[in-house]
Design a protein around this ligand. Structure first.
Ligand code: SF4
Ligand code: SF4
Length: 501
């Protein structure tokens, strides 16, 4: 007799007084949770297959469905939580590594939630952003250390290539292959509309998207998928991916089943072959090696494009960034351990790396102490969830932020953490044609633009409240922040005072 060691995580409650057996939930669920039984003229559900993506709940016209956490409990205790037991049973059954998607869900401190923002009162006036100009535009790239003038005294423009953004937000690297074509199109169009940038990730650049070049960052990762001279020329900036916050120290893997059609052509690998990015770049073992790649890419792009180096936030991140800043990189992207991903070993995702807030503060301090802060711009990533997180990140030292998970939520993602299965019911992290068409890029791009517009308003309001009228004046301005419920060491690393001080 088969024994079920693993209990369903969720329970589907169907209100039979409301259900009209329209079978929408059955048709919409790619996990085959719902089924119509003609003999009894009834709908039934298999809780065990449910990933709680809420597609059925959102589309049920009669609001007959509710998904709740399963009431089943393991015989857990303070040491052996139900989650730990569930994971152990799964591994005893499969013999494999636990895979999961999206960001670290463990209850580590979220420092953004323990930091408060200042507001002007009485002595220095606040600014009304509706009536007074606020400078939201940022330029990312190395800034010259000295101003040069010609014989007539005019300033010589010796500014290295810069990325110009209408506000300090970009869409983080998410590859075509891990995301659907329609998701990529939504991101590219929103980036163009808002005059910011989106990032191809390591999957190459689909030929249809060359028209968004001015708003595109292309990535060069250890697998070098889709990298060719035209790809490098097409972009506004080139990002070398050394690491990723969701899985520091390990490579990437897109299964062969997803390497089909356009995805195999864009990645320049055969259909059906696994796309494996090795953990290291096999030509980089030192800052000097990294410098060679940085300058190879500068040469390949005629020194016209900023080079970004992306790393995961790890223990000695400040020292690592200090080295990268001297490698010739123009921008450094720091990815904290809450950053999302399409697929990662759960143990790595949940136990490796450090929060972006601490990494960012220590990197900014180190670069300032060394007098090289202007050699590079810093982009913070790793679960930026709101405009308040952005304001806090900039005040901790970021020039701009990357948003990934937040942009997917705007497209309809319900954080079901099942991207690695390839059956995203919202048409985002899937290549199954019946599912990809569920994301209409006309609607997707509009929702992203709405999100950016809303956040822009909120950022202006918060800045105005502080009496600050430019992102540049907010950058690294820790006096605008106070910690709440943090210990001395945490405050020291963040470089902020406690509330009340
Ligand atoms: S979508 Fe709603 S009304 Fe239609 S079958 Fe499912 S539960 Fe019933
Ligand atoms: S992208 Fe799709 S599969 Fe991934 S977490 Fe969001 S809803 Fe779930």
């Amino acid at each position: 007799m088969a024994v079920n060691y693993i209990y369903p995580e969720y329970e589907i409650i169907r209100n039979n007084d409301r259900c009209i057996n329209c079978r929408v939930c059955e048709k919409q669920c790619a996990n085959s949770v719902h089924e119509y039984l003609p003999d009894t003229d009834k709908m039934i559900s298999d809780d065990a297959k449910c990933v709680n993506c809420h597609r059925c709940v959102a589309l049920c016209l009669t609001r007959a469905l509710k998904i709740v956490k399963s009431g089943n409990t393991y015989r857990e205790n303070a040491n052996w939580s139900g989650k730990k037991m569930d994971e152990l049973y799964r591994q005893a059954e499969s013999g494999g590594v636990l895979l999961s998607s999206m960001g670290n869900p463990e209850p580590y401190p979220v420092y953004f939630d323990k930091i408060l923002i200042n507001a002007s009162q009485v002595t220095n006036p606040s600014i009304d952003p509706l009536r007074e100009p606020m400078e939201m535009r940022v330029k990312l790239g190395a800034k010259p250390q000295i101003v040069r003038r010609d014989d007539s005294g005019s300033i010589i423009n010796n500014l290295p290539p810069q990325l110009s953004l209408s506000l300090p937000i970009m869409f983080s690297a998410m590859s075509y292959g891990s995301l659907s074509y329609n998701a990529h199109e939504s991101l590219a169009r929103a980036a163009q509309e808002f005059d910011i940038l989106y990032n191809t990730g390591e999957g190459g650049l689909h030929e249809d998207f060359y028209r968004y070049s001015k708003n595109t960052i292309v990535q060069v990762a250890s697998g070098r998928f889709g990298v060719h001279p035209g790809y490098l020329q097409a972009a506004a900036a080139i990002e070398i991916k050394m690491g990723q916050g969701a899985k520091p120290g390990i490579g990437g893997h897109l299964p062969g089943s997803k390497i089909v059609g356009d995805i195999s052509r864009t990645r320049m690998i055969p259909e059906g072959s696994d796309a494996i990015s090795p953990a290291p770049h096999h030509d980089i073992y030192s800052i000097e090696d990294l410098r060679q790649l940085v300058y190879s890419l500068k040469t390949a792009s005629n020194y016209q494009k900023p080079i970004i180096v992306k790393i995961a936030a790890v223990h000695n991140v400040a020292a690592i960034v200090s080295g990268i800043a001297r490698s010739g990189a123009d921008i450094i992207a720091l990815d904290g351990f809450r950053g999302g991903t399409g697929a990662a070993p759960a143990r790595i995702r949940d136990h490796v790396g450090i929060p972006i807030e601490l990494a960012l503060a220590s990197v900014d301090k180190r670069l300032r102490d060394e007098g090289i802060r202007d050699l590079v711009s810093i982009v913070a990533a790793g679960s930026i969830r709101s405009s308040a997180d952005i304001v806090k990140a900039v005040a901790l030292g970021a020039d701009a932020v990357y948003i990934g998970t937040a942009s997917l939520l705007a497209l309809g993602c319900h954080l079901c953490r099942s991207c690695h299965t390839g059956r995203c019911n919202w048409g985002i992290a899937t290549q199954i044609p019946e599912l990809t068409k569920r994301l209409n890029p006309d609607i997707g791009y509009k929702r992203l633009v709405n999100l950016l517009s809303a956040w822009e308003h909120e950022i202006k309001e918060m800045m105005g409240g502080m009496g600050i009228n430019s992102i540049e004046a907010l950058k690294g301005n820790r006096l605008m922040l106070r910690g709440i419920g943090l210990n001395e060491k945490e405050l020291e690393v963040l470089g902020i005072y406690h509330a009340g001080e």
